[in-house]
Design a protein around this ligand. Structure first.
Ligand SMILES: C[S@@+](CC[C@H](N)C(=O)[O-])C[C@H]1O[C@@H](n2cnc3c(N)ncnc32)[C@H](O)[C@@H]1O
Length: 267
């Protein structure tokens, strides 16, 4: 599928992405550039549109460690919802909800924001192989791990290294967006939510999974210490206010323990 990104340096400049980049069965190395001559490297199919390093919170820094990326999905992600809800919550249940709410369609474009190992993009691509998926993260090691998993799963995904606060896409580039657990570790969540609204078409669906404030004081105490490391929590009402301010309406929502799933629609 033809896909264009927006130059990170020149807002009105587009850059065409060669189709072969998202074919993960063949390593692609090279570079792309806008008409202004700004050039970006593609290494092993991962497009680096983040030419200058950002400063990271403690929580964000851990996602740039090789060890975190290696164990993230198999040791943590697959068990995380059961551990966080204190109840049996197999990952398949989350994947079913994702496909049910997103209902990916052939030829439509979807973006996994703060993808880590791109569990959501892979799930939707598997469900609808003719849909087109972009997975974005600012961590190289996470994207490298995501690329390995996607190739193993035979799910062709376009991997882009970029900052969700300034996404290298034109407005209304996507039919659907998904974000799993990332909201809590964004240090600038409203800015990212505005960016999400900008790149999503009107009426498009945004699948959100995030953690909300605990009711029990012990769990709240733990959350307060996590907040020192850059992980933030809101009540469901506070979260919905944030979504509304960014231009989304809540179409469906359910909370289990501190895990909250929300189906947002771009207004
Ligand atoms: C909790 S993990 C996401 C997990 C993943 N979405 C899933 O469902 O398994 C958060 C990810 O967001 C990325 N991230 C955090 N802030 C970001 C930003 N401003 N831009 C791009 N990626 C970001 C981190 O590097 C990390 O990989």
């Amino acid at each position: 599928m033809n896909f264009q990104v927006r130059s990170p340096l020149f807002d009105s400049e587009s850059i065409d992405i060669p189709k072969e980049v998202s074919n993960l069965s063949k390593p692609f190395n090279g570079s792309i550039s806008s008409g202004k001559g700004d050039e970006y490297l593609i290494k092993n199919n991962i497009i680096d549109l983040l030419p200058t390093e950002k400063s990271y919170s403690l929580a964000q820094s851990t996602n740039h460690w090789q060890v975190t990326a290696s164990v993230y999905e198999d040791l943590w992600r697959k068990r995380s919802l059961s551990l966080l809800t204190g109840d049996e919550f197999p990952i398949e249940e989350e994947q079913n909800l994702l496909t049910e709410w997103m209902t990916p369609k052939a030829e439509e474009k979807y973006l996994d924001v703060g993808c880590s190992t791109a569990l959501y993009a892979r799930t939707l691509k598997k469900h609808c192989p003719d849909s087109f998926h972009v997975a974005l993260d600012f961590s190289k090691v996470m994207l490298t791990e995501a690329r390995l998993k996607a190739e193993a799963d035979q799910t062709n995904i376009l991997f882009i290294r970029a900052d969700a606060r300034e996404m290298p896409f034109f407005g209304k580039s996507f039919d659907g967006l998904m974000m799993g657990g990332t909201l809590n570790e964004l240090t600038d969540e409203l800015k990212v939510m505005f960016e999400c609204r900008r790149v999503l078409k009107e009426g498009g669906t945004f699948f959100m999974m995030h953690l909300v404030k605990a009711n029990h004081w012990v769990a709240r105490l733990l959350q307060s210490s996590a907040e020192l490391g850059g992980i933030n929590f809101w009540t469901v009402d506070e979260s919905n206010e944030l979504f509304g301010r960014a231009g989304f309406r809540v179409e469906d929502q359910f909370t289990k323990g501190i895990v909250c799933f929300t189906k947002l629609i771009a207004e």
